[in-house]
Design a protein around this ligand. Structure first.
Ligand SMILES: *[C@@H]1O[C@H](CO)[C@@H](O)[C@H](O)[C@H]1NC(C)=O
Length: 154
């Protein structure tokens, strides 16, 4: 368990609770579903992104790669939803995206340039094998953020 005191520790928190699987060998890359299962097996979940600051941090952290994030098409909601259940408050679609090419692109990847200073989202076939980013499940309890390996309560 990791414990962080205070409020303005977003970056510290991000750097400690993220588990990046980027630049992995092709044979180790995963479909969206397998990446999601891998995160869950670690007491984590595919990362969700809620601000430009988080976007930029993640992009630098995983520069030069295309990786799954926790966003997936959700027909019942008529749009997209995060696998961790948080609200879709920030988006960063690339030009012309999401295009649901041939009606087969239900999952979303984040693409970052070589130096990571620019990134965008692209919808992609869920069976494509990509890198992925997990984030540990955390709870905000009073002024602390507690990150458990398993879901816990304050
Ligand atoms: C990052 O790369 C872009 C080109 O993709 C370039 O315009 C920019 O100056 C670079 N930034 C840094 C900090 O190297």
């Amino acid at each position: 368990m990791l414990i962080f005191q205070g409020k303005a520790l977003v970056y510290l928190l991000l750097s400690h609770v993220l588990q990046l699987f980027h630049d992995v060998k092709w044979s180790q890359k995963k479909s969206w579903g397998a990446a999601n299962e891998d995160c869950v097996s670690r007491g984590a979940i595919l990362v969700s992104i809620h601000s430009q600051a988080e976007e930029e941090f993640l992009s630098i952290y995983s520069k030069g790669t295309s990786k799954w994030i926790g966003l997936k098409h959700n027909p019942t909601e008529g749009g997209y939803s995060w696998s961790d259940g948080t609200a879709l408050s920030h988006t960063n679609w690339g030009p012309g995206e999401p295009n649901n090419h041939e009606g087969r692109e239900e999952c979303v990847e984040m693409v970052s340039t070589t130096n990571g200073t620019f990134s965008w989202w692209n919808d992609l076939n869920c069976d494509a094998h990509q890198d992925w980013i997990c984030t540990l499940l955390c709870l905000v309890c009073n002024s602390c953020v507690l990150c458990y390996k398993v879901t816990g309560t304050c």
